[in-house]
Design a protein around this ligand. Structure first.
Ligand code: ZN
Length: 102
């Protein structure tokens, strides 16, 4: 029960986190898994990729194949809609953080 509720909350945090990084520079899935791990989220590809696909379907991210050092990887970039959603989410997250931090 508690697990389930937290997982639902974290899904929102993770999506904001993903948008934040996509806004800084394009990323690929394996990089994001490592990044999320550093923030304490243990996420498997089987969990992350459906989230990325949903965000792509909602036009928050776009995907393109790039070959770097002979490796083909799918890179995700933020869209204009994604930027607007991120701005709004950041405001709300900051407002909430100020309220609950102590
Ligand atoms: Zn991060």
């Amino acid at each position: 029960m508690q697990e389930q509720i937290l997982r639902k909350f974290f899904l929102g945090f993770i999506q904001i986190h993903i948008l934040h990084h996509a806004n800084v520079e394009p990323f690929y899935g394996a990089w994001m898994i490592e990044e999320l791990k550093e923030h304490g989220y243990d996420m498997s590809p089987g969990t992350l990729y459906p989230i990325l696909h949903t965000m792509e379907a909602k036009q928050l991210l776009t995907k393109e194949s790039r070959t770097i050092h002979g490796k083909v990887r799918k890179y995700y970039t933020i869209t204009e809609l994604g930027e607007r959603v991120l701005e709004e989410a950041k405001k709300k997250a900051y407002e909430l953080f100020k309220e609950i931090k102590d």
